[in-house]
Design a protein around this ligand. Sequence first.
Ligand code: ADP
Length: 210
Amino acid sequence: MNIVILLGAPGSGKGTIAGRLAAEHPELRHVSSGDLLRGAVAKGTEAGKAAKAAMEAGQLVADELIATMIKDVIAETTGDVTMLLDGFPRNVRQAEILEAIGAPVKSVVLVDVPDAVIADRIAGRRTCPQCKAGYHIHALPPKVEGVCDKCGAKLVIRKDDNPDTVKDRLQVYHAQTEPLIAYYEAKGLLRKIDGDQGPEKNAAAFFAVM
Ligand code: ADP
């Protein structure tokens, strides 16, 4: 097993890239920290209860809480698999935890998108609560409005995708996550793609450098 980390702002499209690639390549597995946390909140587990308020405010949940979930997923993953790790690590401390457990990080790919593009993208974002497929009302609309192409569930707007929370999430990204660019650059692991080329080209560019 090895790991490719996706680095990028909320709304950079890293989740869409990982989802597309995992659907095309059986050896790739998409692991999204946000999906793990939303799953825990929906189930009402202790971790979910502890994470809920921070998530709704657009702040990071406690490092230990999400790190434990990620460690469990890594421990369960064996064989010839490349994990596309989306949303973790989110700050330098989490990167150090990942390193301390000896996770085999092969590369870190920055999905680069200007802030102005991001605000518009998040405003149009729609998500399938059942199979986690992502859509956008203009850039990537479902075949039938409001309905998931893949599983037929009714699409939703994520609770933290409102403009005020998005502003907070972008601030958190710049202050806490962006330092990871230099952190991984110093380790010689960083690659970068232009994340503003449309979903298909973004995914192809990612696959080419990962
Ligand atoms: P996005 O990348 O679009 O902001 P995610 O689905 O990755 O959304 O994350 C949603 C929320 O889950 C974050 O705003 C944060 O509260 C929490 N979260 C996800 N990953 C982490 C992490 N690695 N550390 C702390 N909080 C996290």
